[in-house]
Design a protein around this ligand. Structure first.
Ligand SMILES: *Cc1c(COP(=O)(O)O)cnc(C)c1O
Length: 237
């Protein structure tokens, strides 16, 4: 595939995706400006990110730290807002604390405390979402819904972090009703936590296969990779 053809199809996919998100917002009574698209660029190189950036996409999300840091170096000249959405190893928190604006995958206090200690004072507070394991799946990260209020309360006291909301990576299903059910539970959990005096404004939910259901359930941040960039090389690690 020529570079030109690739670049054209990426811009077409981007336009189609933005249009589809807007249409879903209309169908479900959402204000499109309240639904933010994060381009999940894992598995794709800096070239693809540059192309999307030129089209106006400024927010990118990455799941693998070393891969993300390499691309951040290559793209240092661009004003990109970087989101970290992958697993967090406690010995790698320094880079996560300082090279991203948002971290969506915090699921234990120890990690939050390290991010809080390591975030440089000159930087604004690091935006945090707590990852919820909504189906209690052993293979997935995230804290159980039952334990989330206590974690949220403790994180909200850490001065270099700004607790923004909840993130979920639900069980894969193509059933729209089941997709909505998982997202609805996350929304209700966020609302419950807010009745306890916290002010969470973010629901990080919705991926390539389920973003319409997430929009219907009040998602504020969609994390979308494959329908935007095309299929990725298998990086399962
Ligand atoms: C890869 C990934 C996504 C994007 O998934 P797609 O199905 O490619 O849109 C979203 N969130 C997380 C946490 C991911 O790891």
């Amino acid at each position: 595939m020529s570079h030109q053809a690739h670049s054209k199809s990426l811009s077409e996919r981007y336009a189609q995706l933005c249009q589809s998100i807007n249409a879903a917002c209309l169908r479900h009574g959402r204000d499109p400006s309240a639904v933010c698209l994060l381009a999940v660029s894992k598995g794709h190189d800096h070239d693809a990110i540059e192309q999307l950036y030129a089209l106006g996409q400024k927010r990118f999300a990455e799941s693998y730290l070393n891969e993300a840091l390499k691309k951040q170096q290559q793209l240092a000249a661009l004003d990109i807002e970087w989101h970290y959405i992958g697993r967090i190893q406690s010995n790698k928190t320094v880079a996560i604390a300082n090279d991203f604006s948002w971290v969506h995958s915090v699921d234990r206090l120890k990690i939050a405390q390290r991010l809080n200690q390591q975030r440089q004072d000159k930087l604004p507070p690091l935006n945090i979402c707590i990852q919820i394991n909504i189906n209690d799946e052993a293979s997935k990260g995230g804290i159980s819904a039952d334990d989330s209020l206590s974690l949220a309360q403790q994180i909200s006291l850490l001065p270099k972090l700004r607790l923004r909301g909840l993130m979920v990576l639900p069980q894969r299903t193509i059933d729209f009703g089941q997709q909505r059910q998982a997202f609805s539970r996350l929304r209700q959990l966020r609302d419950f936590i807010n009745t306890k005096g916290l002010h969470l404004d973010t629901l990080s939910m919705g991926m390539s296969g389920d973003y319409e259901a997430a929009i219907a359930e009040q998602s504020t941040k969609l994390r979308i990779g494959s329908v935007l960039f095309g299929p990725r090389p298998d990086l399962s690690a």
